[in-house]
Design a binder for this molecule. Sequence first.
Ligand code: SMG
Ligand code: MG
Length: 433
Amino acid sequence: MTETATRIEAIELHRLDVPLVRPFETSFGRETAREVLLVHVRTDAGEGWGECVAGRDPFYSSEYVDQAAAVIERYLGPALLREPVAGFTEDGHVSGVLIEDPARSAAVWVDDREQHDGYEPRHRAGGDAAASIASVPLAASVSSALSFVAGHRMAKGALEAAVLDAELRAQGRSMGQCFGAVRDWVDCGVSVGIAPTLEELLDEVTGYLEQGYRRIKLKIKPGWDLVPVAAVRELIGRDGLLQVDANTAYTADDIPLLASLDAFGLLLIEQPFAEEDIATHVRLADACETPVCLDESILDVATAVDAIDRGATSIVNIKPGRMGGYLQALRVHDACRALDVPVWCGGMLETGVGRAANVALAALPGFVLPGDTSASDRYFAEDLTEPFVLGTGEHRGQIRVPDAAGTGVTVREELVRDWATTEPVVIPPGAAA
Ligand code: SMG
Ligand code: MG
């Protein structure tokens, strides 16, 4: 075994059902269990795990978990198992240098064999993301190796996350170290679903406040907006951090109603309109004081910068899975920071596998608002890794950033087996169909 991972030798997919402690309802549906797709990779320097954020149904986005598993099995997995991976010779040496191509928001390999006979990544763009990405050449090669498949960012992101975990474990570095974390603890918010009644909503929010959460996010939809927001504002007081998320449930006709949320001093309104509809978000931003924040619309650096430039978003929700992986998320973080746009880390009901990496990301300097990085028990009675728990005392409402190598958490493989809904799929090497 070497300290430098240079090739992906095996990929396995695991499907499991993890029950939720309470149903989670959004403007697009209600979930009672999390259908989890885990990617397990073996490289020449050790193993890693990644979690796919796609949901059971194509409601939050067009991606869904059956489709993610299928596209990995048929196209993405076989492509990664073809050798050699970009940037490495067949005997595992680095055969080029990895440079950031800002125009493509991607890392590209430049053949530079004469000058480089060892592992010596360098970077030109000068941003922190570029340095982070150059330090994990195998993970950095994943997105370009998979670019022949259009879209499917969540599936690609799961593969990249698993390779990143393996590569960092081999290097003995944590995700926080790799990403450039500047804090050991991150502020946690909690996302509160649409409740059957106002009383139940207030009970649920009260419970989260007692646990110490530093920010409340309410899911809203037409017919469940002004009244619950007013009630929760009254419950938590003027200074409590409160925001709302509509998951695309509104249309341009609702601009006056959404603008009337200004009365409640919200931190932000998240994604009221369709993913592709930047123009209506611009109109809302012009019509209200509350900052508009895009989630579903932001797929990479280009869409983030475009939405910011057009005035559609003044705060960005960064979800690595939605952007095709943590490395693209680092680039979006840097781009937003350069434009003085605050970011925060979104969540997709991840188990400890994805949560660990999200918490590391949320420790970057541009993440100035509490994330949807809740404790494991917000969703799960038992987590797939050691649980994430909220701190106490000065760390009330915070989660500690893992500092062991890779994700820093250990997957409980007995639970992966116990909760499996299908046999694991072993991806055969070979040409992508
Ligand atoms: O992980 O706490 C979490 C979930 C946070 O509300 C959350 N996510 O649009 O931001 C969002 C939603 C998407 C969840 S899809 C069921
Ligand atoms: Mg959202």
